[in-house]
Design a protein around this ligand. Structure first.
Ligand code: ADP
Ligand code: MG
Length: 586
């Protein structure tokens, strides 16, 4: 075939393929237009999966009568004038392609009245061609009705997902925008039935209650932090509430939903040592930065953005989430694991937002802590300055040790009820934080010198070990090659003083063998975890009262006392109310 410039309608349909590849994409574009128009009410109504009919109405600024046709021309937009504007985008749209694309593959009607016009305009298009135009009475705002989507591109119809997938996707998109715009009232109607609604209260929490349900909201913590001029706001789950994939981490940048592997990783990373591997948090985060700090023009459907300083964005998100989780994490409770008779207290988002997810409130439990040791009086609310850090608020109350169960669990009492503590997990947490604190301060981790012991490994293991000797050295191991595949251990980190160095090193070698493509940090982390595991008190070890008290005091000092470094819980808490309820007292 000779080269030819394509006809206008062919070009339009090719372009439409990028922007509106499915009904949900039409909903997205129309929603963005409504929001850009400053609407406070947006109503979406869908028939079936949206192919038959999609209608979006808003009470935004409307389109002036003499610009309505223009809105359907390709690359026609009111949101951008020159290239430089691209770097200060305040709107969701800017490419001027959506209306043209949607119109080219559907039968479309728009009724719109601009705030300064007396009458509205009705325009009908078919396959992008204007079929009718007239003046009509209409409220301020715009209603776009898209019917028979892809009627003139039958090939595309074959690629559509199942009707249910599409319906779900549409609901997801509406929910996302509702979260990013809590001041706007959204209504989604599917086949004449109201599927979702928000009230436009301006509170993200209210939207989340509508979107996720009350039960799940109780397990979310508020995030609100500004770092390097990046404001991160939203909700993130308690470590105990998690998922097997990352799909429930929802991110917005300047009101735009985005997919970003790096920022998603920042959220996951914030739960380091708080979640088991393979488990992921649930989060909804609104990230706000100056418009010139982010390039939104890197993706046809604008689902990705590029930050000028992506490291800053990463650390802002990670820090904000980490803080929220560390500050608000609560003891895992027996709630839900016991008989279902114990109804949860009814939670009212308006009257007690700070109570959310907190069964354990340390400050106002009303009861004094029962103390056996007369510690410094301020220990009730604050942990005094210690060798590993400055004074800070307690994350655990003072606990009184009662005894040991099964040589594995410590039974303790606190102001808020009964605690069962896993001695091994708790000690692992204590050792981990001690070790990391020393490491962070670049203190030489004090070593414990032994009568030299040797360990023999297989040739590939020997190579791995040799490669990692510098890391091991930095972490407090002094190990030297000593003949073929034999190493001599001269000293170990101080916390391993009572442990078996050979067994520990064998464990480390196993970990190294199993780790695939580990980076320096990952290796370090694995070694530290192994050391802590080996050094920690084992389950099955009988402990004296003093030992248990010592361990609990150390645990109280930890930043994240509620999980072991592998993310498993260190303790189970049963509140006084739960006890009373279980015994039928209330
Ligand atoms: P873009 O949103 O990228 O500018 P669109 O094709 O989606 O491109 O819309 C073209 C123009 O039509 C917009 O710039 C805006 O001026 C106008 N417009 C579209 N939808 C609406 C609406 N719901 N309310 C007011 N104006 C609208
Ligand atoms: Mg648009």
């Amino acid at each position: 075939m000779p080269i030819q410039i394509l006809a206008e309608d062919v070009v339009a349909q090719i372009a439409a393929g990028e922007v509106v590849e499915r009904p949900a994409a039409v909903v997205k574009e129309l929603l963005e237009n409504a929001l850009d128009a400053g609407a406070s009410n947006v109503r979406i109504s869908i028939q079936g999966d949206g192919r038959r009919k999609i209608q979006v109405s808003d009470d935004g600024c409307g389109i002036p009568a003499d610009e309505v046709e223009l809105a359907f021309a390709r690359h026609a937009t009111s949101k951008l004038r020159e290239t430089n504007d691209l770097y200060r985008i305040h709107t969701l749209g800017f490419r001027g392609e959506a209306l043209a694309s949607i119109a080219s593959v559907s039968q479309l009607a728009i009724t719109t009245r601009h705030e300064s016009d007396n009458a509205g305009t009705l325009l009908r298009l078919e396959g992008g061609q204007v079929r009718q135009r007239r003046s009509v009475g209409a409220p301020r705002g715009t209603t776009v009705t898209v019917e028979n989507l892809f009627y003139n591109t039958p090939a595309r119809l074959k690629f559509l997902k199942s009707e249910n997938t599409e319906k779900r996707q549409i609901a997801t998109i509406v929910t996302r925008y509702a979260m990013a715009y809590p001041y706007v009232r959204f209504t989604l109607e599917q086949d004449g039935r109201e599927a979702f609604r928000t009230h436009g209260s301006g509170q993200l929490l209210d939207v989340m209650v509508n979107a996720l349900g009350l039960d799940q909201i109780k397990n979310m913590f508020e995030v609100d932090d500004t770092h390097l001029n990046i404001h991160v706001y939203g909700y993130t789950s308690a470590p105990s509430y998690n998922r097997s994939d990352r799909s429930r981490i929802t991110l917005f940048v300047n009101g735009r939903w985005i997919q970003d592997t790096s920022l998603t990783y920042a959220v996951v990373q914030a739960y380091h040592t708080l979640l088991m591997t393979g488990r992921y948090p649930v989060a909804v985060l609104l990230i706000n930065v100056a418009p010139d700090e982010v390039d939104v023009n890197v993706h046809p459907t604008k689902a990705e953005v590029r930050f000028r300083d992506s490291d800053a964005a990463f650390s802002a998100v990670q820090r904000a989430v980490r803080r929220a989780v560390i500050e608000q994490a609560q003891t895992p409770t027996l709630r839900g694991r016991l008989s279902n008779g114990n109804a949860d207290h009814v939670w009212n988002p308006r009257s007690e937002p700070v109570q959310m997810g907190m069964n354990l409130k340390l400050k106002d439990t009303g009861q004094p802590a029962i103390r056996q040791h007369a510690d410094a009086p301020d220990e009730d609310t604050e942990i005094p300055e210690g060798p590993h850090g400055p004074a800070r608020p307690r994350t655990l109350p003072m606990l009184r040790v009662i005894g040991q169960v099964g040589a594995s669990y410590i039974v303790a009492e606190g102001p808020a009820g009964l605690y069962l503590i896993d001695q091994h997990a708790a000690h692992e947490r204590v050792l981990y934080e001690q070790f990391m604190a020393e490491h962070a301060q670049k203190e030489a981790i004090s070593q414990y010198t032994l009568a030299a012991q040797t360990i023999q490994v297989s040739p590939p293991e020997a190579r791995l070990l040799e490669e990692n000797l510098p890391i091991l050295q930095e972490l407090g191991f002094e190990i030297e090659p000593f003949g073929p595949n034999v190493f001599v251990i001269r000293s170990v980190p101080a916390i391993l003083a009572d442990g078996d160095p050979i067994e520990t090193l064998a464990g480390i070698v196993d970990d190294l063998v199993q780790g695939n493509k580990p980076g320096q940090e990952a290796i370090e982390d694995r070694i530290v975890l192994r050391v802590c595991k080996q050094a920690a008190i084992k389950a099955g070890q009988v402990l004296g009262l003093e030992q248990m008290q010592g361990l609990i005091r150390q645990l109280e000092r930890c930043q994240s006392p509620l999980t072991c470094p592998h993310g498993r819980p260190t303790m189970i808490h049963m509140s006084s109310e739960q006890l009373a309820r279980e015994f039928g007292r209330i």
